[in-house]
Structure formats: C-alpha cells, structure tokens
Ligand binder design. Sequence first.
Ligand SMILES: C[S@@+](CC[C@H](N)C(=O)[O-])C[C@H]1O[C@@H](n2cnc3c(N)ncnc32)[C@H](O)[C@@H]1O
Length: 364
Amino acid sequence: MKARNVMEDIAKKYLDEILITRFDVCKCAQCREDMIAYTLSRIPPRYVTTESGTLQTIMEQQKVEHASEVLKELVNAIKVVSQNPHRKIVDDENKAYEMLMRQIKLDRGVDFSQYRDRVLKRRIALRMRACNVNSYSEYLQVLIHNSAEYEELFEVLTINVSSFFRDQQVWDALKTRIFPGIIEQKKQKDYKKIHIWSAGCAGGEEPYSLAILLYELLEREGDEMKAEITATDIDKESIRDAEKGLYDRGVLKNVSSYYLKRFFIPIKDKYLVAPQIKSLVKFKQHDLIQGIPIAGVDLVICRNVFIYFNRSLQEHLIMKFYNALVLSGYFVMGNSENMLGEARQLFSVVDGDCRIFQKIKIAT
Ligand SMILES: C[S@@+](CC[C@H](N)C(=O)[O-])C[C@H]1O[C@@H](n2cnc3c(N)ncnc32)[C@H](O)[C@@H]1O
C-alpha cells in the first residue's frame, strides 16, 4: 500500500482558506504549488496509508495536532513565493490599478487613463509608501475612507515644478523674434490684441515670464496694443498659488536684476509679481484632456506637460492646440518633447532647438 504525506493535504486545505482573503498575492497554480512545496520542506512529513484508518479521520486528527505549525509555515511560504510571483499577481494588480483609476475619475472627474502608466505608477507608489500600504486595492480603500489623501495624491501626480524664464534660449527667441513678428503682423492687420495660452502653467512662473516680455515690448507701442495671457492648469492648488504671484528666490534665479527690480515687489524673503504684470494674466483651472480648448490664440506654450501622456494623447493634444491657434500662430513645446503624427505636416519648424513651430495650413 502506498504511503501518503498527510501534511500535504492539510497544507493544501489551509492554503485555500488563507488565500480567499489575500487579494494582494498571486494565486496561480504554479505559485500555489511553490507555496505548498516550501511549506512541506519545513515541516516533518507524516506518512499514512489508507489502511491506517480512513484518510479523512486521520487528516482531522493531524490537522488539530499540527495546525499552528502548518499555518506558520504557510504564512512564511506565501510571503517568500509572493516576492517572485509567477503571473497572476500582475493581472490582479493591473485590475486593481484600473479600478483605482476608475474611482479617481468617478470621485474627482479627472481621467488619468491615458497618462503614461510608468510615470503614474512611480508617483502612486510614493503615496502608497507614505500610507504604509502595499497594493492598489489597499490604497483605493485609503482614498475611499480618507478624502484628504486625494489632495496628497494629486500633488504627486501633477508634479508642478517650474521656474521663471526656464530654458533661457527659448525666451531669447520669443523676445527677439517671435513676439516682434506677432506684433508686426497685428499692426499690419490693424488688430489690437495679442492672445497667448500658457497650458500646464504650474505655479504661474511661465505665464508671468511671458507677461514680462510682452509688457516690455508693448510699452513701445504705447496704448495701441494689448496682450492677454490665459494660463491654465489642472491642479487647483497651483492655480491658487499662481494667482497670488508670490515666489521664493529659487524660482527667480533666471530673472535679471533689472526685471527683478522693475517687476517684483520684495516681501520679507519672497517676491510678489507687480500689478502691471499680473493684470496681463488670467488664470483658470482647466484639464487639457477633457476641457474645451481656448480659441483664437496667437501663441500656445505647453512645455513639460506631455511627459505624462501616452503618444496617442500627445498627438490628440497637439491637434487641439493646432485648432486653438490662428493661422500663422506659434506653438512652443518643451525641449524634450516632439511634434508627432499628422501635425508634422501642419506646422513648420521655426526653431528646432527651442521647439518653436508655426501653424501653416488649415487642416481639411
Ligand atoms: C512640470 S509642470 C510644467 C510647468 C511649465 N509649463 C514649465 O515647463 O515650467 C507640468 C504641469 O502640467 C500640469 N498638468 C498635468 N496634467 C494636466 C492636464 N491634464 N491638464 C492641464 N494641466 C496638466 C501639472 O499640474 C503641472 O503643473
């Protein structure tokens, strides 16, 4: 008669019971097998033959006798095997991640589904660590029960680092070539207003930099011409800060001492944007993906925002900007971002290094 290790049956039974409540580990057949093998390698076998009584009765006896020993080793086994899961955990985690994204959209109306997973996951992991949870499903519970966590999450998801006159050569090009060109065109057509859209404006550093340059250039035009800068961002905290216009010295490092003196008011160890510059900028919370684009603009500047988005969303947004621009209007991207898709035929390159493009054709 063949001997049978009854501990294996007991371990399998207990494993099933434990795994019912574990959503955070892989439960595929291969992982289960590994968990059992690991457990059996750490407890002495108890061989029985079916002759030594009915198997069920022996199992029940052994189960009572060795319960704590088997359970302890199973818990260890789950931990060890789950560090290197075979497959299913990936599916479970992906599902939990999708659920998390759906819940965020439901609760806050923000659709992150087309953001780059890699970027989002890295950022969400920071919050998961801060909340001391290990899975997306656990993190979802945190969000459901503690709405303040949303603020923290949005802060890391919409990371809003910026500075005045970031990437100096772009600003030189705007000041010496692009803006004077726009002003000249306007004069020829007898138009009195220049309209700029700063999309993904973070704390206002970029639109205020635009405002400083335009203010200076338009001063020479007397009262003839005005500029209006619409500055938008998805993050309402950033928009609130931008409206205040109060900055630490760090983000002003590229501001010349002449501009600093002329267009900023020192307040303790900070600097407040002067009212004549503030008055040129209108801030608005706006989601580039779902929001209605601003229309009839002479220049769109959207830098260091596309990094979050997948390629097809980037293509879609470039077309949104294309449609927002007047013919011959300009589009400025971040220096690590590229013109993509059909837009390549619809914009000419004005300055490749500075990523400045011009709308050249009406899309059919
Ligand atoms: C790194 S900052 C770029 C700031 C500025 N354009 C610059 O280059 O210095 C990226 C900004 O994009 C914003 N953003 C991310 N997703 C957005 C969306 N769907 N709609 C509007 N703004 C978004 C973030 O809130 C953040 O303020």
